[in-house]
Design a protein around this ligand. Structure first.
Ligand code: PHE
Length: 333
């Protein structure tokens, strides 16, 4: 009995000063848990022969146990609250901080350039057509009036695919012009199309060459298209793309599929620079696609997307556009 009274003296201050739930649990185990004095006392009850005494002792033990259990429960509630408060403090989320943004991608500068060029022509009433990258010799050369012995047909210039019979040789198109023939075969005039796409040539990579690059082809065919329409259209395009004061000039050139043919140069950033090839559609091409050369005329042009991007952004080495170095590419978002 004195042991029990002692417990009521010594344990409550310990409970009151328990600083954490863990500490409190240790006190609980020690005082009312299995190996505790209270458990011992309960086990000793069986040895008390006098029923009256046994009952009184039992009640006394229960009173002490209940009192301690209550004190522990109260303290546990206080400590649990304090610990939760502390967690809320330390784990507090500052909802005013900016969120973490995942890195944002963007289209490649060549894609941007092609989109922009195509948009300008769409604004002038053109529609967009696309053709195959693996092309037949016929559409890439023959239908475009290339002579059988034209040097572009050599394997030193053109990448051939080992596919099919000799007479329907398949190659990687060397320009987007084959789509001129494909489109006219399928559609009656008038035709106003632009054809963006990849083209391929047997070139090694250097500052101005790549075996894969991009072109935007244009074709306008109607019953009275003149060279003046060609000049007006391409001058307008150049003003929209490079700025409204940009001057252009046309220098005679040769392409098998246009006659007359020209190179268009533009004066931008203090110098004249060659931008594209163009000309009036050669009547021989009209014949190949089943148009009557006495009834229609037209002009065509083709420009390199990489070149346009380089002139626009002042890039001097084409490899900057091919290299997947994000520090470079990020500048052209
Ligand atoms: N296909 C020519 C080239 O790749 C460009 C061009 C297109 C010239 C249309 C005239 C007319 O060089």
């Amino acid at each position: 009995m004195t042991d029990l009274t002692n417990l009521l003296q010594s344990v409550p201050p310990a409970i009151a000063s328990a600083g954490s739930l863990v500490e409190l649990e240790a006190i609980e185990a020690e005082t009312i848990g299995r190996g505790s004095g209270i458990a011992d006392a309960r086990r000793g009850l069986g040895g008390i022969t006098d029923a009256q005494e046994r009952r009184e002792t039992g009640r006394a033990i229960n009173d002490v146990a209940q009192e301690l259990t209550r004190l522990i429960a109260d303290r546990r509630a206080v400590l649990a609250l304090a610990e939760e408060d502390e967690r809320l403090q330390t784990d507090r989320a500052d909802v005013t901080l900016p969120g973490r943004r995942p890195p944002l991608g963007s289209t490649h500068v060549i894609t941007q350039t092609m989109d922009e060029i195509v948009d300008i022509f769409v604004g002038l009433g053109y529609t967009v057509a696309r053709g195959p990258e693996a092309e037949t010799d016929f559409y890439n050369f023959t239908a475009l009036n290339f002579h059988e012995t034209h040097p572009s047909r050599l394997e030193s210039d053109t990448l051939y695919l080992d596919y099919g019979e000799q007479e329907e040789e398949i190659l990687l198109r060397t320009h987007t012009s084959p789509m001129q023939a494909r489109y006219m075969e399928q559609h009656d005039p008038p035709v106003f199309i632009v054809v963006p796409g990849k083209v391929f040539r047997a070139d090694a990579v250097d500052a101005t060459h790549s075996p894969v690059f991009h072109q935007i082809e244009g074709l306008a065919v109607d019953d009275s298209i003149t060279f003046a329409d060609l000049k007006g259209t391409l001058a307008e395009f150049t003003r929209q793309f490079f700025g409204k004061d940009t001057e252009v000039k046309f220098i005679p050139h040769y392409f098998p599929f246009t006659e007359p043919s020209a190179e268009m140069h533009a004066y931008t950033k203090g110098r004249w620079i060659e931008l594209l090839g163009c000309g009036m559609v050669n009547p021989a091409v009209f014949e190949h696609v089943g148009y009557d050369p006495d009834k229609v005329t037209g002009f065509a042009f083709g420009m390199g997307a990489e070149r346009m991007a380089m002139v626009r952004h002042g890039i001097t080495d084409l490899r900057a556009l091919i290299d997947p170095d994000q520090r470079i590419l990020e500048q052209y978002r």
